[in-house]
Design a protein around this ligand. Structure first.
Ligand SMILES: [Zn+2]
Length: 157
């Protein structure tokens, strides 16, 4: 017996379903609340393209604040210096570093580049890898490059 991730009921088998954008294993009575993955498969090129755009997102790692703080003390730098180096407000950076505000991906990317840390990670939504051909996987990996390009453009302003 396995427990349904949605209602917790013990059932003999579970179904893969996408509930509010999250992949879950659910019992058949919960299945109708979500879209089963099988229903989503459409072999058209537009599907790949559409799916790909949602496939990989960048997210900031949970412990970014402690990573930045320890890197700063390693380099004997203070928050003010880092804020200047990456061209953001010191008050904003303080809020990020004390977890009062979650840092945004673009700012994290700037700090990541400057301090040579890994503060972001690629997050894949919903098992899309299975549906993607090799070509679109390559395109998807250039998403990070695109982000860096946007960042540079922003910096140049
Ligand atoms: Zn259930």
């Amino acid at each position: 017996m396995v427990a349904c991730e949605m209602c917790g009921k013990d059932v003999p088998t579970l179904n893969n379903a996408v509930v509010a954008g999250t992949q879950m294993k659910v019992c058949s009575s919960c299945l109708r609340h979500g879209n089963s993955i099988e229903e989503k498969v459409e072999p058209s090129k537009t599907f790949y393209k559409k799916k790909k755009a949602q496939a990989i997102e960048l997210a900031v790692v949970d412990n970014y604040a402690s990573m930045i703080n320890s890197e700063l003390s390693k380099r004997s730098m203070n928050v003010q210096q880092l804020a200047r180096a990456v061209n953001i407000k010191e008050s904003s950076l303080n809020k990020y570093l004390s977890n009062k505000i979650k840092i945004d991906v673009l700012t994290a990317k700037k700090i990541e580049k400057y301090l040579e840390l890994s503060l972001t990670k690629e997050v894949e939504s919903v098992n899309v890898q299975d549906y993607m051909d090799e070509e679109s996987q390559e395109e998807a990996s250039s998403l990070g490059d695109l982000l860096m390009k946007q960042l540079k453009e922003k910096n140049n302003k």
